[in-house]
Design a protein around this ligand. Sequence first.
Ligand SMILES: [Zn+2]
Length: 265
Amino acid sequence: MSQKVLLQEFTRPAFEEYLKEEPNPVAIIPLGSIEQHGPHLPLGTDSYAALEISKKVACRTNSIVVQPCWPGYSPHHMAFAGTITFRAETLINIIIDTVESLVAHGIKKVLILNGHGGNAQIAAHAARQARRRTGAIVLMPTGPMGGNVEEMLQKIDVHAGAGETALALTLFPDLVEMQRIEDFEPTAAFAPQVEDLRQADDCDADIRAMLVMAYIGDTHEFTSSGIYGFTDPKDADVEQAEEQMEDRIARLVKLITYWKTIDLP
Ligand SMILES: [Zn+2]
């Protein structure tokens, strides 16, 4: 990756040249978290993932990556060491201030690439506020949900399980310590009513999934390892993660490329 895309690596004249030469600049704001990710994944997993994907997308669209913070909104992981959480209003202000600054320099198209579920609604709210205050178009793409909901309910591969481990092994393998989970057994154990909801066959899976999500509390209440789900991180399918990541990157590149052709209001 030779092209410079991280704003902090530019000199001022180099950034001025970028603005002069790029008629449709887009800034990508990666968001993530600093929170426990089981025994084997780095605390910054979500932020590293969002940053690495942002860099790849920026390279292919001549965009700029502006990462204003490492932590996100993670109160539900605070019982585990290493978690740093911002208040919702802190995160909202960071996003708005960042967009406002970008707009002051002429960048009015901003894409928020969020790598942490806990930030989703807060960042979406901040995106709307930033749009209202600055006139910038702030986009927060969501991937196609897809998949089989019943299968998702059975695996609940939400946090630090096989899926996230595969992505970490794809993007930052040097930070993953697989030896820490050699004897891993899933530790997730939900309250009886949540378990019943997961297994029930008298109601649609999407309705049961909605209820399960509403019942689940803080992470330490249902898993001692910090791994939230029933998959084994050792089953991480790196090849599949690579393919899914490439698909996601291609989709984001397509989105930005098309967006560049649309004038600002
Ligand atoms: Zn994560």
